[in-house]
Design a protein around this ligand. Sequence first.
Ligand code: NOJ
Length: 487
Amino acid sequence: MFSANDCITNSWFLSITTAVIIFCNLCYAFEENNGSFPEGFFFGASTSAYQIEGAWNIDGKGENIWDHFIHENPMRIVNNDNADVACDSYHKYKEDVFLAASLGFSAYRISISWTRILPSGYMGIVNEVGLKYYEDLIDEIVKYNMKAVVTLYHFDLPQQLQKDFGGWTNPKLIDIFVDYSRIVIERLEKVDYWITLNEPKVICNYGYGSGEIAPGLKYQEFECAKVVIMSHAAVYRMYKNEFPNRKAKMAINLDCEWFEPKTTSSKDIAAAQRILEFEIGIFAHPIFKGGWPKAVKERMEKRRLMENSAISQLPKLTEKEIEFINGTFDFLGVNHYVTQYAEDDSENNVGRKRNEINAGVLVTVDPPWNKNSLGSTVAMWGARNVFKWLKETYNNPEIFICEYGYSDNGTTLEDNERIRFSRMYLSAFHDAIYKDEVRIFGAMTWSLLDNFEWTSGYSSHFGLFTSIKMILTKRGFRRSQHSFSRS
Ligand code: NOJ
């Protein structure tokens, strides 16, 4: 039986659903191919464990770096929000999967919470309840004939590993990540696509470089990049060696922003290329081509000289390591949200974000560009250009768009902006496929539900579905501490 709130929630579900179906199927005619995407193209929705599951200390789950970061520093999250309950998907996963299926999606992306399986992060206690939870969740996805896309690591490192080893900057993590991944892969036989790690740039640049997100450490982004990329390669190689009969494909998932040269000057063109290499190439180049990108190596050497330092911040990759990482992909996972301008600023060593200083680039935007509630700027031509660049730079890999999406601040129930943005993105993807012949085989929107948007808490809404509690909050009701519940 529905309570009054449930009724309101459900009618909201319906209006969004209707809108989404309309925008996906009816609204527009793309020029090519009668407006359709290729046969078998996957449409889906993406989520991640920490952002939706809640149940942070239930059924044997251990503490991870985000639990720790938030509980120790509640002020670092907008409105002091936390993800202790989040969307309560740990208990309501069947409802989530039903919602995704009800939109006609053919793929649903989740991530595994490492400490739900291995509470301390290490082998030792393997939490059967955690494994069973994900087994049941995947059964539910498969029941609706959706492809199960599963990320092994989406930002939530076991706190014990951070405490004992310093987390992703320590090469010891490589084997430990392989041990954890093996247990998960062994048990979850029905997965269709494995993502090893989500957005390594965010893990390293903001978790271990600027310190904005958990674990909140600084100045170690390049050590992190090496450990993360080696960990990806080690899991890929373990998977291919130990599970030769599995059909599921595996890849890393990179966040790929587009940087357009601010002017046609050769310096700005080089600057745009350089920041693309720093943001995407530092992870993609070792996997798709071998070794660090030349532009990154050159620039980091220049930075070393500018800082009068004996050692470069960029760790060396040995020939053996280069070979080990090279070729560890079945496709490329891409998250795309943002377009910005890049301008040469290579002589200036201060006053900008760390990654801009590292790359020697000044990043700006055009005021009229569309913005989401996080201030990220989106341009349709940028979305198209980034895929063309990926195709040309990495020898035309198959691409799965694991995330694209739009956030609002939750003050409206009308979904026109989300539809407008989604339309823009989908139209760009369509152009990339039919005009630029990029081999994109699926696109999953972020996100199914309004959820815990990291340091923005619940203030930015990316979901196709929202909850009555979030709506009420925006109308002046008191936000409960654990603010999200669908019903
Ligand atoms: C990418 C991340 O994978 C996801 O966790 C985040 O919520 C979205 N971007 C939106 O910022």
